[in-house]
Design a protein around this ligand. Structure first.
Ligand code: B12
Length: 464
């Protein structure tokens, strides 16, 4: 039996719900017979001070201390790793998966690449002395000072066999989120992976191979959410919820058959949505869909590998409006080599989509995450190699916490990534992107105001 302490490092952009990946990891460790403690230091009211975090970790006397790494917030994570020197540190998460050598050079002894449940349990067995590190697939480690990368671990295809994530929820202190009762995770995963090949997407952990849980297994988790927490509203955190018409229908049937009516949102690719699928989803309690579109210029949609047309998105928005499903359309600006005309096509689309869409995403300037095609193709040309570690972190303002429209406008209408101007757009285009961000935020506010007026002030269930 090993003792494992997991820490989600403090982040300038606080997250107000328990980290779903920690629920999965902690539940797997417990199911494997190990002792787990955790600290979500990214939560707004959790301890953020390094000395206090170190004291908590030390009090648990762990054999392993695991940190979750995302690219955008890796600098505060490495600062925490330095403060935790002396413990056997293991890194995991999207950033650690893409650049495993980097955490190894920042005080970590181990790095788990990819999905972590089975690998972390096996690493706990290494800590126990029951296993050799070379036998853990997907593990990178320092072997006599030198980085060593074990072979890849295949994607987990047995998602129904995962330990139930709700079994680890008691490890999160409600006070970290200013809650009085245990706070449930905001999300459920019905699948992992996304078959699309978008040039900007950083989904290296879950990858392109689509895998899914049985409808019965998902329905069981939803029923538990209600039994244990009285909750009947949640989001699906799947990369791409609507893959596979038969699968979606089975899942929707299972949700519609639950004794309690549920309300949920998801993220879906417009190519997977048609009127029938959306009607199934609505029947099963779908209140909102987050739609990835990114550009409304036909040539740009091809260049970024989106696999969708402007007409298709408008059709999806029309079906959703007809069925009463709230939509959030994701649009981004500042693509590599984006021309004035291509940018204007997206700005003009806001007007076409506004009468149908529930709103648009916050911010929206393209960020080249490591491992993505747009990073690999352009980092040398534009000189942004290793930006996440070489430059000051991008200072995103926290997301609004209230339905205060002015607060929403402040958070949505700006984006620190435009100041960074990764793809060296000329000044007139940077100015145009700033206008586009403001136009997108305004379009969201106008639709929100109209909806609020129509519903007597009740906020609609929005996607993220
Ligand atoms: C839901 C979600 C969110 C939610 C999280 C809510 C919550 N309480 O959990 C919210 C809205 C808060 C969010 C915010 C952001 N997100 Co987000 N999010 C997701 C999404 C859709 C699902 C996350 C999830 O649960 N995945 C499922 C689990 C199984 O995967 P996982 O989280 O990677 O964890 C596994 C492994 O990574 C590993 N692992 C993870 N941590 C650790 C730690 C250790 C020690 C070990 C051993 C292993 C390990 O094991 C886990 C279980 O298998 C992913 C897409 C995706 N496919 O993951 C994006 C994703 C993680 N987000 C991303 C980004 C960019 C962000 C933001 C930075 C966005 C922004 N501000 O611009 C913020 C960061 C906020 C912050 N302060 O951390 C990127 C990260 C890319 C990167 N290279 O870092 C992703 C991958 C989306 C993408 N395709 O680009 N996000």
């Amino acid at each position: 039996m090993a003792r494992v302490f997991l820490v989600n490092p403090p982040s300038p952009e606080p997250v107000r719900t328990p980290l779903l990946s920690f629920c999965h990891l902690a539940a797997a460790l417990r199911a494997g017979g190990h002792e787990v403690a955790l600290l979500d230091a990214s939560a707004p009211h959790a301890p953020h001070d390094h000395a206090e975090i170190r004291a908590r970790v030390a009090a648990f006397a762990p054999d392993l201390v695991g940190l979750h790494l995302k690219t955008l917030h890796v600098q505060p994570a490495y600062a925490l790793a330095a403060a935790l020197s002396g413990f056997a540190l293991v890194a995991g998460g999207p950033h650690a998966t893409i650049v495993p050598d980097e955490p190894l050079a920042h005080g970590f002894r181990w790095v788990v690449r990819g999905e972590g449940e089975a690998a972390l349990v096996e690493l706990a067995e290494v800590a126990d002395g029951r296993r050799a590190p070379s036998s853990v697939a997907g593990l990178s480690w320092r072997d006599r000072g030198l980085p060593r990368h074990n072979p890849e671990r295949p994607f987990n295809t047995e998602l129904d066999a995962l330990a139930p994530p709700l079994d680890a929820l008691d490890l999160f202190d409600p006070a970290w989120y200013a809650a009085t009762q245990t706070l449930p995770p905001a999300g459920i995963l019905s699948s992992r992976g996304c078959p699309a090949a978008c040039t900007f997407c950083s989904n290296d952990v879950t990858g392109r191979r689509f895998r899914y849980r049985s409808a019965a297994s998902v329905a069981r988790e939803i029923a538990q959410l209600h039994e244990r927490h009285g909750l009947n509203a949640f989001s699906f955190f799947d990369d791409s919820f609507a893959v596979g018409k038969r699968r979606v229908r089975e899942l929707c049937d299972a949700m519609a058959a639950l004794p309690e009516r549920v309300y949920w949102t998801c993220t879906a690719h417009p190519a997977h949505l048609d009127r029938d699928v959306l009607a199934d989803m609505k029947r099963a309690g779908c209140g909102g869909v987050d739609i990835g579109m990114e550009s409304a210029d036909p040539g740009m949609l091809v260049r970024i590998g989106k696999g969708v047309t402007v007409e298709r998105v408008l059709a999806v928005l029309g079906w959703c409006a007809e069925l009463g499903i709230h939509t959030v359309v994701n649009l981004m600006f500042g693509w590599p080599d984006e021309t004035d005309e291509e940018l204007d096509a997206t700005i003009r689309f806001l007007e076409r989509a506004s009468p149908l869409a529930g709103g648009f995403n916050a911010r929206g300037v393209v960020v080249p995450y490591p491992g993505t095609q747009i990073y690999e193709e352009h980092h040398e040309r534009f000189g942004f190699t290793g930006w996440w570690i070489r430059e000051a972190p991008l200072a995103y303002p926290p997301f609004p916490t209230t339905w205060d429209l002015d607060e929403i406008l402040r958070a949505y209408a700006t984006d620190p990534a435009i100041d960074r101007n990764f793809f060296r757009h000329p000044p007139h285009r940077v100015a145009r992107i700033r206008e586009a961000l403001a136009a997108k935020a305004t379009a969201t506010l106008v639709t929100a105001r109209n909806r609020n007026a129509a519903s007597g002030g009740v906020p609609a269930a929005g996607a993220r």
